[in-house]
Design a protein around this ligand. Sequence first.
Ligand code: PEP
Length: 256
Amino acid sequence: MRKPIVVGNWKLNGTEAANEELVSGVLSEMNALAAIDVAVCPPFVYVPQVVGLAKGTALGVGGQNCSEQSSGAFTGEVAPAMLSDVGARYVILGHSERRALYGETDEIVSEKVKAALHAGLTPILCVGETLEEREADETEAVVRQQLAAVIAGNGIKAFDRMVIAYEPVWAIGTGRTASPEQAQQVHAFIRGQLESHDAQVAQSVRIQYGGSVKPGNAAELFGQPDIDGGLIGGASLMAEDFLGICRAAADTVGNQ
Ligand code: PEP
């Protein structure tokens, strides 16, 4: 049985005051969510603040990106060891916004995964197809290639220390969610690809779904056999919505 994991991707949102309110709302129910892992990923500058707010609780904190470099003349970059140093445990890597807006290739993402693992972080590796790719029936080919680059660069056993997030690009921030069947099909495909390398890794790796998850659609998505929680954007900015999604994930434990 894989422990579901729900992670909030705050993207480019937050102020010290708003973060405090949001985190205290989430923490008010953490005790009831012991069956799952929960984390939030604020913008870099707020990571220490949120680590401080979450101290002594089960709420994890992560970055939304990191450098593949560890130190030196890389203006504007944040090394994974710096995230670990201030108390982060996770880092989202290969998000479709990073791939599309900042030119992150599969190879760069693989390098970032290597650097993050070296720093002791748990990478949350995002994969997923665009609408054009889905309509051209290329979903599996795209996801296969995104995963293959990370397997080639890090080895299959690296996935024992990672989380995968399947995020169809056409569902991110659009209000258009993949149906539970569509999502399950790709999740099973991902697990199958890993299985062709290592059955134990395939069975134990957690694969989140991301893309317009809301309290109203979370239970059906998380009820699918290969969906192990969610990566949540917009709905992670309101404590009540985020908690509704977390509850839906916790409710699946013991039901499968
Ligand atoms: C995301 O950005 O990872 C995401 C899933 O966003 P949203 O939930 O807003 O679609």
